[in-house]
Write a protein that binds this ligand. Structure first.
Ligand code: ZN
Length: 709
């Protein structure tokens, strides 16, 4: 997923990261034209090295990688996905990288049969598969059955109810109309929430199955011409995708799914129990057109050419799903790693990663991200061959089973958590790196200035200046402001690194109009005609990846910007103040406000001291190491071992995906979940806890400053 792009299991009108308000330009000008974390001479050499590496990713090579990796549907747990593993490893070996493959065995049932009938009026079986389209040879190849990942099994027949987006508030609306979905089959449209939340709410309200369809208003003909005449979803297009609401293998919650690790029984896994099947809007029309009963609020109308009614009935449907869980529910998955050992701080890791699995050929999601990782790896490998080994270790990873619920990256994070806690410097994610021309980016506020600076150094493929300049122009922000960047919510492989461990992360990519998300039509022909015909945005994403990895890996002192971080945090206080006032609660954000102001002041002093200390010969490597070790503690201090009260695995207290939405981002979740729960005492306690965590983060910055002197 992505900022204005489609991301993995994130959204259909894709945004993994949700946008926050633009920050004033001044907030990141502490560094001026210098390069934070570098002495002047080191900065000059780094600029030369980066510009050489940025020039290396090659559109022709990106195109060739894309063609090979998207040649067939490569769902996790299948032989075709093992072929992508072998391709990536062979490429990285050929670049001269050290390689590693890690295998995990996860619970991941694959369907054996998926069928849907309209039973009344006029019984007919719906054709679920996506038909081949002219001029697109890949569309005629075998495809993955249209079922949502982690659907339950079942064979149910019942009246149909239309539930709009299937949000919590949609069921409340149905309640107020006196309509129950208990014992019924619900039809929901995609959008406004993660599909796993739709499945959870349907099951919670007693539905016996849920069909989720892509309304033409969402990404079909209402938005533009449909495939193959245009990039949008045609009447047969289907959005597959997982309905798992936890991150990682549901059989091994919180620990790695290695051989011999204990597995919890299926009855205790947090997985859906009813059939969950995605359908096209062509098929949805077959069910919705005949519904009667209430015609729902006006906002429930979609883009199909009839008046939408809620039902129940008189349309009846039958849904039947079977899978292989009884015999082959557990399957191997494979993460790949290409490693460049650092020369000075080998235990500090900069990881560039993207998922390698897909629901179909996956040219956009996520062959484009895999290609970016490959081309960035090649750029760095060539720099190493030319004698420029980075100071820190850079790891180029591809993750398996992201589409099922971030399994590959989560199992890896759980497997290597001690090493990552100690030495994980940054995780840079590539999910849907290129499917259009519009740049979007985001991540931890500590890395945003670095991402902007690298975007200034990379030419935009349209020839009109830098990626940064085009981004500004397209964002139409005031001269005094920076383009908005996304916050890390959920929905892609950064979650383990960010939400579980508190590692700083960044993500970027190029988005555009598209309606092939998680469809068989997300393929090489679509990409070549609509997404990125010249594969120039694939190369541009890789240029940024190479520049980001080198910038962070070669810094003498880590380039985190905790001034921008603290200022960004301060923008979240007024909403909390308003909530406290509206509840007439006695609690206050005073201590938190003070802690953030202290953090900003200390961070400013640190940045100045860092610049002063970075003169040739002033710092020994041991001293640099001490400063960096202290800096690695800053964002770790903003996590807590017991995690969020709602979700203990989520330890980071800054951003998280809203548990009632799955896509929307929630800031300061420990506090804002307490406010939402209506618990005044808990809110007061959580405000105090968060203020103390920021005080600890500030002490880590102060320790870094002390180590400089
Ligand atoms: Zn993806």
């Amino acid at each position: 997923m992505s900022i204005l792009r489609t991301v993995g299991r994130t959204s259909s009108l894709p945004v993994v990261l949700t946008l926050c308000a633009a920050l004033p330009l001044a907030a990141q000008q502490t560094a001026g034209a210098s390069m934070p974390g570098y002495s002047a001479s080191a900065a000059a050499a780094e600029r030369v090295l980066e510009s050489d590496a940025i020039a290396r990713p090659d559109p022709a090579r990106a195109r060739a990688h894309s063609r090979t990796l998207s040649a067939e549907t490569h769902v996790s747990g299948t032989p075709s996905q093992e072929r992508t593993r072998d391709y990536v490893i062979a490429q990285m070996k050929a670049m001269g990288l050290e390689t590693e493959v890690r295998r995990y065995d996860v619970f991941m049932p694959h369907p054996t049969s998926v069928r849907v009938w309209r039973m009344a009026p006029a019984m007919t079986e719906l054709t679920l598969a996506e038909p081949a389209v002219k001029g697109d040879p890949t569309s005629a190849l075998p495809q993955y059955l249209t079922v949502n990942g982690y659907s339950g099994q079942g064979d149910v027949t019942a009246d149909v109810v239309y539930v709009n987006y299937g949000l919590i508030e949609d069921y409340a609306q149905l309640d107020s109309l006196g309509i129950s979905v208990k014992g019924r089959i619900v039809v929901a449209r995609y959008g406004r929430s993660f599909r796993g939340i739709k499945a959870r709410e349907a099951e919670k309200h007693g539905a016996v199955a849920i069909l989720i369809y892509s309304d033409p208003e969402d990404d079909g003909y209402v938005r533009g011409d449909v495939y193959p005449n245009g990039p949008m979803r045609n009447r047969n297009g289907v959005q597959r995708g997982s309905v798992l609401n936890v991150d990682g293998d549901p059989a091994t919650p919180g620990y790695a799914a290695k051989a011999g690790a204990p597995r919890i029984p299926e009855s205790r896994m947090e997985i859906p129990h009813i059939p969950v099947v995605p359908i096209s809007y062509g098929n949805a029309g077959e069910l919705l057109d005949g519904l009667r009963g209430h015609d729902g609020p006006q906002s429930w109308q979609g883009g199909l050419p009839f008046r939408y009614h809620v039902g129940p009935g008189p349309v009846r449907a039958r849904v039947r799903v079977t899978d292989d869980r009884a015999t082959h529910g557990t399957k191997p998955i494979y993460d790949t790693f290409g490693i460049v050992r650092g020369s000075e701080f080998p235990d500090e890791l900069v990881i560039v990663g993207g998922h390698r699995d897909a629901w179909g050929p996956g040219a956009a999601d996520n062959v484009s991200g895999t290609v970016s990782v490959l081309e960035a790896a090649r750029a760095v490998a060539e720099a190493v061959k030319a004698g420029h080994r980075p100071k820190r270790t850079i790891v180029f990873a591809t993750w398996d089973a992201e589409e099922w619920g971030l399994l590959g990256s989560t199992e890896y994070v759980e497997d290597d958590s001690l090493r990552l806690m100690r030495g994980g410097v940054a995780y840079l994610n590539q999910d849907v790196a290129a499917q259009g021309a519009r740049f979007g980016g985001g991540g931890s506020p500590s890395l945003r200035p670095t991402l902007r600076d690298i975007a200034r150094a990379v030419p935009d493929p349209n020839g009109k200046g830098s990626v940064y300049a085009e981004w500004r122009r397209a964002s139409a922000v005031a001269d005094s402001a920076e383009p908005a960047m996304g916050d890390p919510g959920g929905g892609s492989d950064f979650a383990g690194f960010y939400n579980h461990l508190g590692m700083p992360i960044a993500e970027w990519g190029f988005g555009g109009p598209g309606g092939v998300y998680h469809s068989q039509y997300d393929d090489f022909t679509w990409m070549s005609k609509f997404g990125d015909p010249g594969f120039v945005y694939h190369a541009a994403a890789a240029r940024i990846a190479a520049g980001m990895a080198l910038r962070i890996a070669n810094a003498e002192i880590l380039p985190y910007d905790y001034v921008e971080f603290a200022r960004t945090m301060q923008t979240y206080l007024p909403a909390i103040d308003r909530a406290l006032a509206s509840h007439k609660w006695s609690g206050s954000t005073g201590a938190l406000r003070q802690a953030l102001s202290d953090m900003e002041r200390e961070a400013g002093q640190f940045a100045a001291a860092r610049a002063d200390a970075l003169v040739p010969g002033a710092l020994t490597r041991q001293r640099e190491q001490a400063v960096n070790t202290a800096l690695l503690g800053v964002e770790r201090a903003l996590t807590r071992p017991e995690g969020l009260r709602t979700r203990p695995w989520f330890r980071n207290l800054i951003y998280v995906a809203d548990e009632n939405n799955g896509y929307a981002n929630m800031v300061f979740p420990s506090v804002n979940e307490a406010i939402r729960a209506g618990d005044e005492q808990l809110t007061t306690r959580e405000l105090a806890d968060l203020a103390q965590r920021f005080e600890a983060a500030t002490r880590a910055i102060a320790a870094a400053r002390a180590a400089l002197q």
